[in-house]
Design a binder for this molecule. Sequence first.
Ligand SMILES: Cc1cc2nc3c(=O)[nH]c(=O)nc-3n(C[C@H](O)[C@H](O)[C@H](O)COP(=O)(O)OP(=O)(O)OC[C@H]3O[C@@H](n4cnc5c(N)ncnc54)[C@H](O)[C@@H]3O)c2cc1C
Length: 503
Amino acid sequence: MSNQTPVDVLVIGGGNAALCAALMAREAGCSVRLLESSPKNWRGGNSMHTRNLRCMHDEPQDVLVESYSEEEFWQDLLKVTGGQTNEEMARIAIRDSSSCRPWMKKHGVRFQPSLSGALHTARTNAFFMGGGKALINAYFRSAENLGIQIDYNATVFDIEVMDGVFKSATASHLQPDGSTTQETIYAKSCVLACGGFESNIGKLRDAWGQNEWGEWTADNFLIRGTRFNQGTMIDRLKEQGADIIGDPTQAHMVAIDARAPLYDGGICTRIDCVSLGVVVNKFAKRFYDEGEDFWPKRYAIWGRLVALQPGQIAYSITDAKAVGRFMPPVFEGTKANTLEELADLIGLDQNVFMQTMHEYNHACQIGTFNHTVLDDCHTEGIAPVKSHWAMPITQAPFYAYPVKPGITFTYLGLKTDKTAAVYFSDRPSPNLFAAGEIMAGNVLGKGYTAGVGMTIGTAYGRIAGKQAAQFVLSPMQPHLIDSGLAGAMALSPSLEDTLSEES
Ligand SMILES: Cc1cc2nc3c(=O)[nH]c(=O)nc-3n(C[C@H](O)[C@H](O)[C@H](O)COP(=O)(O)OP(=O)(O)OC[C@H]3O[C@@H](n4cnc5c(N)ncnc54)[C@H](O)[C@@H]3O)c2cc1C
C-alpha cells in the first residue's frame, strides 16, 4: 500500500521533538502527517515522563526566579560534557530556551514553579504543570485542532534516501486484531524525531559487551522510559550513508531502584539519598565519592558508576538522620535496627559491610552539616573520600535501597547542523531533518545537566519543522529534489530566517 497524494511534511515519532516539528510545519502552512509507534495511550515516548525544561533568562520570568544567563548555561553544559559538544548548536538551543515558552503556552503547555525538595532547580528549570504527560496531551490536542494527520501503532521500519534526498518511508500499521499492514509514504520532506536506541536491550548489549567478570553489563539495565525507542531509524539511516555521531555506550543513566519495572518506571524510581549516606557494591565496598558535588549536578553519573560494578547492583545506605531530607522513593527501603541486621537483610557479607561502615564512620570529620551548600563534613584517611555531607551512619533505624543502572536515553545518533539537516558524507540533506534524542549527541557528547533534553528537543524540533516547511514552500523545491545534495548547498537555509518569526 502507498499514499497516493504525497504529504508535505512527514514526521516520524510522537514525543516532544516530533510534535514541536509537526506544529511548526503546520503553522507554516504545510500538510503534515505524524507516525507514532505506540498505541494512543502510550503516546509521547520519553517526553511523557519529563517534568521540566532548562531555560536561559536574563531576569525573573514567570515561574523562573533570578537569572540564568546564556554564558552560565553554556558553562554548565561545557562542564558536564567535558567539551564534547558543538558550541554553535548548543548556543542555538540555549538561546531558543529563552523564547520558546510563549509558543509552548500558545499550544496549551502550562508551567509551574519548581517544587521544593526537587533538584533545587527554581532558577534554571521551568516545570510543566501536570508533567510531560500534560505537555504531550496539549501538543497532540493542538495538532489535531490544526488538522495534522496522526497515526498511532505506526512503526516506520524503512526509509528511502537517494543522494541525500528523502523519498519515502515505509511503516507497519498494527491493526486491532493484531495483524499488520504495510504502507509506503511519500513526502516532500521528513523530520526524524524517533528517539535513541535506549529501549533496545539487544543493541545496548552489543554496545556495552562483557565486563571483566564475564557479565553482559546491559542485561541488568532498566529502561526508565518508553519501550518504543528501538533505534531502527538510526540503523536504516546508517545503512543509507548518513553520518553517525556519538559513542554507543554514552547515555544519560541514573541509579534507580532495582525493583523498578523494565520499562516506563519514570522519575519516581530514582533514589536520591546517595549524598546523604554511603553506597556499597555487592561485595559491601564503597566505590565512589558520594558527596562530590550537589546531587543535581551529580545524579546522572551514578547509573554509569553502578553499571561498572560487579552484578551492576549497589546499595544506598542511610540512617535516621537522612529521613525527610530527600524525595521519598516509590518503594520502601529495607529497614533495620542495627547495621549487622541490615547487611543480613540485603544479603551482603556482614563482616565486610561492618568493616566498610566502621572505616567510614571513623573517617568522618565532624563539621557543620548543611545539605544546601558544599559543607565541611568530609572524610579523611579513606578511599574513596566523601567530600561533603559526611556524617557517621550511627542512628537507628538504618535503611538500604538497592540500585541498578536506569538508562534514560542514548547519545549515539545522526550528525546534524544548526538547521537540523541530516548529514550524508559531510553534506546536509535538503529535505531530511532530525530533532530530539536522535541528534542530541551533537550537543551532548557525554554527561547531562537536568532539563537539557527538552531544551534540545524543543529547539531543534521547532527548527526542523520550520526548515522542513521552508523546503516544501521553496519555489526551488522540485529542482532541489532533482539535484540532491548539490541543491541543498544552493538553498543554504538561513537560521535567522528560521527563528525570526517566533516569539
Ligand atoms: C523518566 C525520564 C524523565 C525525564 N525527565 C526529563 C526532564 O524533566 N527534563 C528533560 O529535559 N528531559 C527529561 N528526560 C529526557 C527526555 O525525555 C528526552 O530528552 C526527550 O523527551 C526526548 O524527546 P524526543 O521527542 O526526542 O524523544 P521521545 O519523547 O522518546 O519520542 C520518541 C518518539 O518516537 C516514537 N518512535 C520510536 N521509533 C519509532 C519508529 N520507528 N516509528 C515511529 N515512531 C517511533 C516513540 O514511540 C516516541 O513517541 C527524561 C527522560 C526519562 C526517561
